[in-house]
Design a protein around this ligand. Sequence first.
Ligand code: PLP
Ligand code: COI
Length: 341
Amino acid sequence: MERPDLDFANLPFAYHKTDANIRYWYRDGKWSDGELTSDESLNLHMAAVCLHYGQEIFEGLKVFGRPDGRIQTFRLEENARRLQRSARKLLMEPVPEEIFRAAVHRVVQANRRFVPPYGSGASLYVRPLQIGVSPEVGVKPSRDYLLLVFVTPVGPYYKAGFTPVRLIVEEEIDRAAPGGVGDIKCGGNYAAGMRATMGAKAKGYSEVLYLDCREKKYLDESGSSNFFAIRGRTFMTPASPSVLPSITNLSVRRIAEDMGLAIEQRPISVDEIPTFDEAGCLGTAAVITPVEAITYRGVDHVYAKGGVAGPLTTELYRRLTAIQVGEAPDPFGWTEIIEEM
Ligand code: PLP
Ligand code: COI
């Protein structure tokens, strides 16, 4: 296996060309067999529904190099199910779980040389994408769909990895409404949030923390990850109809339970911001990113003093990543080996 000329230990979170992507077409009521290609572009009808009316959903999961040299996925099944939930909400054709699994395994097998080795701190990010491709001008669901899965080797989402980041509470811009689509992974949510995120970055923050848009009183999530806080030995994360049900969050709650922490998934008021002992972001890309401070109405609330993550956040990170890379046993059945071809 000829390794690409990449500095795996210093990869950014960015697109890098690999050897192949895989495509499955849904036409005339059935899914095709799936075709690997090295073509990085798509030939789409200019009136395709995804381009005009936003029938576009995606996923994000990671593949890790294990200490024994094998490679494994993390919670693939949950991503398959969430893609189906996203599809149903936008009246798209749900991808059967077995097609999703085969697509991920095949595209990773075809790009095995790009899987960062154990110890590099990097991973292979898998990006499944589903779009409505039928030409329409009236607003209605597409008849035909494309499922495309590409991969790219990545490093940490926030430049410094497990180093605390600063968040600012966003009071003007909303990402998603309670009856809307904030709880699914569709491209429109990210377009809606870009001006908030870019505005925060211009002020020196890594991300925004959105509030519920009805009352502007409860914490929702950041633009690219879920939010959690720790007070005493309680792990808290917002319950909200407009946040994405994060698979990392789901996993971390399970691990937190094992650590003897109490779990609260409930509306968390902005008034609680000064009471947190620790805080962090949760996501496939973000993993667990400690939050150094949250700025709310001009006041900084600091959790990671001196830029050092708190002890419980650090332990959660250690346990989660140990399972992801296969350093620790996986008692939950979250990982799946990708066999060599
Ligand atoms: N929230 C948003 C808006 C996201 O984009 C993501 C990333 O996938 C998450 C939360 C975290 O979800 P997961 O842990 O399943 O990656
Ligand atoms: C992920 O964490 O997988 C995401 O899709 C978030 C994205 C902003 C990179």
